[in-house]
Write a protein that binds this ligand. Sequence first.
Ligand SMILES: [Zn+2]
Ligand SMILES: [Zn+2]
Length: 420
Amino acid sequence: MPSSSSVCPQCAAALPTYAGYTTWCEHCEWNVHGTTEPEHDTWYQRFYASMSRRHSNALFNSIVAARLLRPPVTVATVLAYALAACVHILTLCTAIGSALLISVDWPNFYCILLGCCGLGFVWLARPRIHPVPVLLRRDEFPAIYELADRVADALCAKRVDGISVNGDYNAGYARAGWKQQRILYLGLPLWEALDDAERIDLIAHELAHNINHDYRSKFFVGTAVSTLRELHSVLYPDRILPTEIGLWAFAAVPFTLTSLGLSYLIRLCALGMEHLLWSSSQRAEYYADILAATVSGKKAAIGGIEKLLLTNVFHFEVQRIVMQRTMQADVFEKFRESAAAIPDREKERLLRVGSKMLNRMDLSHPPALLRAKMIEQMAPEQPSLIVPDSLLNAARREMGELKPEIQAAIIDEYRASIYD
Ligand SMILES: [Zn+2]
Ligand SMILES: [Zn+2]
C-alpha cells in the first residue's frame, strides 16, 4: 500500500508515494531515474552505454521482425577479425624483429636499447590470458557440478571444466588459462536472490555463451581488443605538463603530446573493432537468453532478468551491515527480506531505468526491458529440462556452505572501498 500520494510536477497525474522509494511518473517518466544515474568510469564503458542508447531499439525491432536470433557472419565481423589479425601480426613481428636486432649485432648498445624497447612494447601488447580462478572441487561440490552438467547437456553445450563462486551480484562464463578451460562464474549474492528455476536459467545463459556465436568473446578478437585497451592506458598521459619534474616539464611536452595522440589513435582502433562487433555481440546475448529460456522456461528467464536489476538493493544491505556493525547478520537473508518488500511500482521503475541505461555490471548485455520483451515474444513457455528436487536441494546446500566465507570477503571489500 502506498504511504501517501503526490502530483506529478510535469503532467499533473496523481502519483502514489512509497516511503523509502523514488516517486516517479509512469505517464511522462518524470524522475524515473531518481537520484542515482549510473556512472561509467572508463571510455570503454561509456562507449557501450552510448551504443546501447542509440541502437538498442532498432536492433531489437530488426531481430523480432526477421525472427532471426543466431548472429549471422557479416562484413562487419569479418572486418573485425581482420583488424584483430593486424594487431596480433604487429605484435608478433615486433617480437621477432626485436629479438633479431638484439642478437644480430650483439653486444651493440643501441641495438640492445632499441630491441629492449621493442620487447617492452610486445610485453604490453601481449594477448592477456584470463587467469584460472580458485575453483570449487568436483568431489566437494558434486551437486552444483552435476546441475551445470545437466544444463550443458540440455543445451548441447560443452560441460564446464570448473566453477568459481565469488561475491559479485552477477555471473559469467570465460575461457581461462593457457589450456583455455571453460569456467562458469557464479556470484553468490545473485544465486541467493534467485529461485531454483531462475538458477537453472542463469547457468544456462552463461553456458549458452559457449554455443551462441559470440564473436567478441572468442579468443582472437577479444585478446586484440584487450591488447589495445592496455596499450591505450599505458600511453595516455595523466597530464600534458608533468609539473612534478620542474622546468623539465616544458621539454617533456612534445613527448606527452605524441603519447596522447598515439593513445587516441589506439582508442579509435579499439572502438572501431567494438563498433563492428556490437551488433553481433548483442544478438549473441539475445540468443543466449532464448537458448537459456528454452531450457528453463519463459517465466524463470524473465524473473532472473528482473532480479538482476536489484544489484543496488544488495549493496545497500552490505552497507547497512557494515554501518550498523552487525557483521554476524546473514547479508543474503537481509537482502531477500528487502527484495521481497520492494513494491511492484519500484520494480517497474527499475525495469524502465534498465531500458534506457545499462548498469555497470551488465554493460555488455542489451537493456533489461528489451531482454525481457525478447524472451516474452520468442521463448517457449515450458522448460525442456526438469531437474529433480533432490539435486536442486543439494546444490542449494552446497552453495549455502560458502555463505560465511563469501560474506566476509564482500564486507572486507566494501570496507576497503570506503577507507581508501
Ligand atoms: Zn507525469
Ligand atoms: Zn550474457
